[in-house]
Design a protein around this ligand. Sequence first.
Ligand code: ADP
Ligand code: MG
Length: 285
Amino acid sequence: MTEMVKQIKRRGVSHEPGLPTLEMKHVSVAYAAGANDVTSARSTQYAVEDVTFRVGAGERIAIVGPNGAGKSTLLKLIVGTLKPSQGEIDIFGHGPDGHICIAYVPQRSQIDWSFPVTVEDVVMMGRAGQIGFFRWPRRADWQVVKACLARVNATHLAKKQIGELSGGQQQRVFIARALAQEAELLLLDEPLTGLDIPSQDAIFEVLESLRPDGVTVVVSTHDLNMAAERFDRVMLINRKVVALGEGTAVLTTENLMTAYGGHMHVVGDDMLLADTCCDHGEENQ
Ligand code: ADP
Ligand code: MG
């Protein structure tokens, strides 16, 4: 696929060589009106506050934290649908706007699955940035779509309506769309929530297969074990970054108490997290 893809001219913002895939410097954001007013900053309730971190090419980062910690907000800041109230975000040295290299898969609850569209059309939508808006997809684009569906083991689903798929299949199709987009930064918001273990494994297999391409992956998840086992680094947040680093170093009892506070009950050496799944009644955009 890669050769075919390379023949098609790149569009979007150019990348500065040598700069990190993603960099946030002292980023804060508040949803409330007036959040950009520095004079009222003292009383502002930030959804995320003073977040600073860097992600290198090909890294796998898991963002964990309780409901309302700001995980989805962080991803929306990176993709550029939400602007920071303060601080700076750079993707390959440029602000988030105009990049076609960023693919974002929102939480499943945020997608209208009854929308009448087939799997192959969803994946072709990923080509829009490469194709441009003034020409129809060429045969080469359909070949890319086919190759991307094959990479996520979804060839047999091509003609199905997106709403007919299981949760795991839907995630794989959206990853295929990111591949068709030739994304270099893949953002997945809670892709594992509600999936059984084989479906989760299938997603990790696909994500692993992207490593040789240097695709950077940032995933929000409630699953602390999964975060520690399957990702290069874990970011534990509750509005502010509590810790960022290798999983076992980050997910200590002390850090988890800081992040989850009253929502965590410690029983002996085992920790039971009471606030760990299903964002019921979320008020995301
Ligand atoms: P998480 O994904 O970790 O559950 P979110 O990023 O969705 O957290 O939310 C962080 C905070 O921002 C929460 O307090 C939430 O209520 C608030 N929030 C999220 N989306 C909106 C919105 N569209 N308008 C107002 N507040 C919001
Ligand atoms: Mg969320």
